[in-house]
Write a protein that binds this ligand. Structure first.
Ligand SMILES: Nc1ncnc2c1ncn2[C@@H]1O[C@H](COP(=O)(O)O)[C@@H](O)[C@H]1OP(=O)(O)O
Ligand SMILES: [Mg+2]
Length: 392
């Protein structure tokens, strides 16, 4: 049998290795020896970040030696990697899916993989475990097209259910491993940083006049809130996020018809030579391009002026589909699979939509994200509580 296209092999290997990394992270938390190092102001690294990155980068590099891989942590490349850190398996379910046509002939040199071995490190050290995710983003010619978000402690408050889950998506194929839910129509819920906030971050959120503000850790976790319909928008008026924070979440959003841009509405570039910092800030929604631009228009000039304009990703020819739209085609169309993958439009009657229940997380539920929200019709700093209910 001819081997699957490179992108599908990369995604299936990434799903498998994200599970191994997730186990390593849980083991280190269990050991109680976090080995915390301060990398910079409000920027921590733990043994879990280091070990998970060793596992992911070494495993992927061994199998895809010609593909560029960038991880968040600066580690010694000559370090010996323990055998148990190497993942040799692939996820068979991923390999059974048909690769979207526009990705079938991608070459090694077109691809860059961005790895955040442990997103939400601050929350990890504080015991907010379901804020933690492992992120593996796959970019083709600078565009985030495929990604894996692994949540090691998903369900940790429901011991009867399997611990952890893996969400993955490919633009043009769809998103897998979660239940898509429609956010409430009568209000605006915005999520932003819990641990890297400042006055500009807060003011920018308030300028959208949200009814609720959800402050939780991690880019991966906040994008999960978006795709599961718990929030309408993720706004971060800060230069703090890097390419490894946003590549996988952006790709998963693209897979289900959403958008992630800087605060000027410019899409991110994930080519290997780009600067690592997302200096334009970020805005993520599960909206079509037009509605997303509507939110961009509401971002105050003050915030836009404080952020740089990102250098955009080069236009990819997504078989005629424009950025932000979903190029559904092939055997994964709604008609054939009965799975509403990647749909931008969510039927109003239908509250819950199974994007895919048979992938790597067989029993996804939508109730234990443990988000913290403060509800108020009149927003002000004094009514925004920043408490979290899910600390272990
Ligand atoms: N000022 C910052 N310094 C370092 N990392 C940041 C900063 N702001 C955001 N990040 C990264 O972006 C992610 C999303 O931000 P937040 O959790 O504050 O919403 C964080 O989990 C962190 O990634 P990481 O935890 O992998 O270091
Ligand atoms: Mg991160």
């Amino acid at each position: 049998m001819a081997s699957s296209p490179l992108i599908m092999r990369l995604v299936s290997a990434s799903v498998a290795v994200s599970n191994r990394a997730s186990g390593i992270i849980r083991d280190i938390m269990k050991s109680g020896n976090l080995g915390i190092v301060e990398k910079g102001k409000n920027d921590l690294q733990t043994e879990a970040d280091r070990s998970a990155q060793r596992c992911i980068v070494a495993s992927l590099h061994k199998r895809f030696p010609e593909v560029a891989i960038f991880g968040e942590e600066a580690l010694d490349p000559s370090e010996k990697i323990p055998a148990e850190f190497l993942e040799h398996e692939s996820d068979e379910y991923v390999l059974k899916q048909e690769c979207p046509e526009y990705l079938r002939n991608v070459a090694d040199e077109d691809v860059v993989i961005w790895v955040d071995p442990l997103d939400g490190t601050a929350e990890f050290t504080q015991g907010f475990l379901d804020h933690v995710t492992v992120l593996i983003g796959i970019a083709v010619k600078g565009n985030a097209v495929a990604g894996v978000i692994n949540q090691p402690w998903y369900n940790y408050q429901n011991p009867d259910k399997p611990l952890g889950r893996t969400i993955w998506g490919v633009m043009g194929l769809g998103g897998f491993g979660f239940l898509r839910e429609v956010p409430p129509k009568d209000k605006l819920i915005v999520t932003t940083s819990r641990s890297h906030s400042n006055m500009l971050v807060t003011e920018t959120v308030h300028s959208l006049n949200p009814n609720e503000v959800v402050r939780v850790g991690g880019t991966g976790h906040k994008v999960l809130l978006l795709i599961e319909g718990k929030v309408h928008a993720y706004v971060f008026a800060s230069k703090g996020c890097k390419k490894w924070d946003t590549c996988a979440p952006e790709a998963v959003l693209h897979a289900v018809g959403g958008c992630l841009t800087d605060l000027h509405g410019i899409k991110m570039n994930y080519a290997k030579d780009v600067q690592r910092q997302n200096t334009g800030g970020m805005l993520a929604t599960l909206m079509n391009e037009e509605d997303h631009r509507g939110i961009v228009a509401k971002i105050p000039e003050l915030a836009k002026d404080a952020m740089e304009q990102s250098s955009p990703a080069p236009e990819l020819d997504f078989m005629g589909a424009k950025f932000g739209q979903n190029p559904q085609r092939g055997s994964n169309s709604e008609e054939k699979s009965n799975i509403p993958i990647g749909s931008n439009k969510v039927p109003s009657e239908e509250k819950k939509q199974a994007v895919d229940q048979s992938a790597v997380s067989p029993t996804p539920s939508t109730d234990s994200q443990g988000t913290t929200s403060s509800k108020s019709s009149q927003l002000s700093d004094s009514v925004q509580k920043e408490t979290c209910t899910t600390k272990l």
